[in-house]
Design a protein around this ligand. Structure first.
Ligand code: ATP
Length: 268
């Protein structure tokens, strides 16, 4: 079980992004974290993966534990070693490296070559389109394939908990459905998933439970099926206005991604 207790975090003295967030991710559960732009979702994931420092942020109160062991005091590599791996927002694959090299990079903390080979087999079984493109440069993959590779790379360290930051962002509806199915399949293999999403419909359809963040605080939480029916969530997040705004943003993102030359989508 991953537990976040009374977590406060921010960036310097000026920005307080989380104000005492408490959240539980039971073993082998998918937990969705919803909320509008700036609600603190990415900050929460960074706090769990101990990567806030890389963004000039810090935890100012509270703690994160995995099976009772504090992990917020570890460094990012130790958190990976403990079994918690984050897939950052924006499909950050190493564009000039091959698909195979990207996967190997995800296994950097794994000592045994037999374990790397087993993890690779599992990842390739999960993502057939990736398996067909092992020798290709990752920057040449489609947006959906890059997202699969980013998730596959994270799975190479055989985590207990996978942290996904807006995996559906900027992807076409059909691919978003596939991402949802992939989350379900990963979970079926015994891995817990924390799924940050602005696409509440997809997230609630695959999650066991969900939390809604609003300006750094938990505004609502509960079983996903119940939450998707509550007036609170409709008011807070699924309201007609918010939903149409989100769709407009997604369309803008898609249009921007389509007009961008491939090179600028390369990361790493
Ligand atoms: P989005 O959906 O836009 O990614 P979010 O819910 O993930 O939003 P965060 O990115 O966690 O929200 O941002 C929470 C608050 O912290 C916002 O006010 C944001 O401007 C601020 N913030 C985020 N990253 C930084 C940073 N590196 N430096 C300073 N402030 C930051």
């Amino acid at each position: 079980m991953l537990s976040v207790t009374d977590l406060a975090a921010g960036y310097g003295k000026a920005v307080q992004a989380l104000h005492g967030v408490t959240l539980e991710v039971p073993d082998q559960h998918v937990v969705a974290v919803l909320g509008s732009n700036g609600a603190g979702k990415s900050t929460l994931l960074r706090a769990i993966s101990a990567t806030l420092g890389l963004h000039r942020g810090s935890v100012t109160r509270g703690e994160v534990t995995l099976d009772g062991r504090r992990i917020d005091t570890l460094d990012p590599a130790e958190v990976v070693h403990a079994g918690v791996v984050q897939v950052p927002e924006g499909r950050q694959v190493f564009g000039r490296m091959t698909v195979e090299e990207n996967l190997r990079a995800g296994a950097a903390t794994v000592k045994s070559s037999a374990a790397v080979s087993q993890a690779r087999d599992r990842v390739l079984e999960l993502f057939p389109p990736i398996a067909e493109r092992l020798g290709q440069r990752a920057g040449l993959l489609s947006g959906g394939e890059q997202q699969m590779l980013a998730i596959g790379r994270a799975l190479m360290s055989t985590p207990k908990v996978l942290l996904l930051d807006e995996p559906s962002l900027g992807l076409a509806p059909k691919i978003i459905t596939q991402i949802g199915e992939i989350v379900t399949e990963i979970n079926r293999r015994g891995i817990s998933v924390v799924l940050i999403e602005q696409n509440a419909t997809m997230a609630l359809s695959v999650a066991h439970s969900a939390y809604v963040l609003e300006v750094g605080r938990v505004a609502a939480s509960g079983p996903a099926a119940e939450l998707s029916n509550t007036e609170d969530l409709a008011r807070l997040y699924l309201g007609g206005h918010a939903e149409s705004e989100r769709q407009a943003h997604e369309e803008e993102d898609l249009a921007a991604a389509a007009s961008r030359p491939t090179l600028t989508r390369w990361a790493g």
